[in-house]
Design a protein around this ligand. Structure first.
Ligand SMILES: C[C@@](CO)(OP(=O)(O)O)[C@H](O)COP(=O)(O)OP(=O)(O)OC[C@H]1O[C@@H](n2ccc(N)nc2=O)[C@H](O)[C@@H]1O
Ligand SMILES: Nc1ncnc2c1ncn2[C@@H]1O[C@H](COP(=O)(O)OP(=O)(O)O)[C@@H](O)[C@H]1O
Length: 303
């Protein structure tokens, strides 16, 4: 019988800071960042099929079905499973409520891929461990292992070396400036800072609320922000605007901008102000920091 798993959250992430500390021989940049999970994201719905077809049953404008990270993740999982079992009949219908913008720096595509790997590993009973799924995920994108890791994390390398980190239970207001930033354009800029001084994980003020929360908000910077804001003045405008409420920053390679708040009420006030700012292209929302990925419980085996 077909199995279902509905309303699976593919949470957004924020990069609380993002330092570029070097470059690999293949041109990829070495980063140091803290990834923060949010309680807002895309919603995915899975139903297994026994005929080996993997289908995305929702149209996603601009992303053909075969190149969608959801379909690529499912196909990759089935190929990996085929080395251990007869996987030829493993199939699924996958529906998505796409709520995160593309090229927003919120990791939407990567999170969709991670949720797909975790949900189908469970439904198909393919039995991969968290570590194994993280290694598969890395083939799809540098941010995918983090979502499978399932906890807020200090990340190094291209984002695949992960260590758990405590972060404040802040509320965030996020502005989508209505543009999509091509990540390669930011990384190939000659003006990009590529030699930030490496930090140690212990330098990050991992603090519960009401102690060093303010410090952790102001810790470090996003090295990609200067380049992105110069190329896309809309980002600069959002940072200046949201900056009246605190230390507003860009996440990832942009375009979204966020600011942290102590509680939901303060976030609501800022949100209200953004919504009455009269910027038609902006879309703003609030979200709460979460400690764990909501599907993390599906992966109990840590071998
Ligand atoms: C910048 C980050 C931070 O979380 O997030 P997003 O803004 O995408 O959310 C990620 O490292 C994004 O990693 P990933 O999602 O794999 O990047 P892609 O879009 O595939 O990368 C496009 C191109 O950017 C360059 N690139 C990317 C990552 C990296 N660490 N160094 C690079 O030089 C490479 O030229 C790569 O071909
Ligand atoms: N399911 C998906 N959701 C979003 N983007 C996808 C998806 N599948 C493939 N992509 C491609 O990945 C690119 C990066 O999208 P996304 O991960 O949402 O942004 P970012 O990396 O800036 O956070 C998109 O421009 C799109 O072409």
């Amino acid at each position: 019988m077909n199995q279902r798993l509905d309303n699976c959250l593919a949470p957004a992430k924020l990069n609380l800071f993002l330092h570029v500390v070097g470059r690999r021989a293949d041109g990829y940049h070495l980063l140091q960042t803290v990834f923060q999970l949010l309680d807002h994201g895309d919603l995915l719905h899975f139903e297994t099929r026994a005929d080996g077809l993997i289908r995305r049953v929702t149209d996603v404008p601009g992303v053909p079905e075969s190149s969608d990270l959801i379909v690529r993740a499912a196909t990759l999982l089935r190929s990996a499973a085929a080395e251990r079992m007869d996987a030829s009949r493993l199939g699924a219908d996958i529906a998505i409520d796409k709520r995160l913008p593309m090229g927003g720096g919120l990791g939407g595509g990567s999170s969709d891929a991670a949720t797909t790997l975790m949900a189908l590993n469970h439904l198909w009973q393919t039995g991969f461990s968290r570590q194994e799924l993280m290694a598969l995920g890395l083939q799809l994108g540098a941010d995918v292992p983090f979502f499978i890791f399932g906890r807020n994390a200090f990340a190094e390398g291209v984002g695949e070396e992960l260590a758990p980190v405590d972060t404040p239970r802040d509320w965030y207001v996020v502005i989508e400036p209505g543009i999509s930033v091509p990540t390669p354009q930011i990384f190939c800029s000659p003006e990009l800072t590529r030699d930030s001084k490496p930090i140690r994980i212990t330098d990050f003020p991992s603090a519960p609320r009401n102690s060093a929360a303010t410090n952790s908000r102001r810790f470090g910077k996003n090295d990609l922000q200067e380049v992105a804001a110069k190329l896309f003045p809309q980002i600069d405008e959002c940072i200046t605007w949201l900056g009246r409420f605190g230390d507003a920053r860009m996440t990832g390679s942009g375009a979204c901008v966020f600011c942290a708040f102590d509680d939901e009420q303060q976030a609501d006030q800022a949100l209200q102000a953004v919504r009455t700012a009269g910027r038609e292209n902006w879309k703003a929302w609030k979200a709460s920091a979460i400690e764990r990925h909501p599907l993390s419980h599906l992966l109990q085996i840590e071998h």
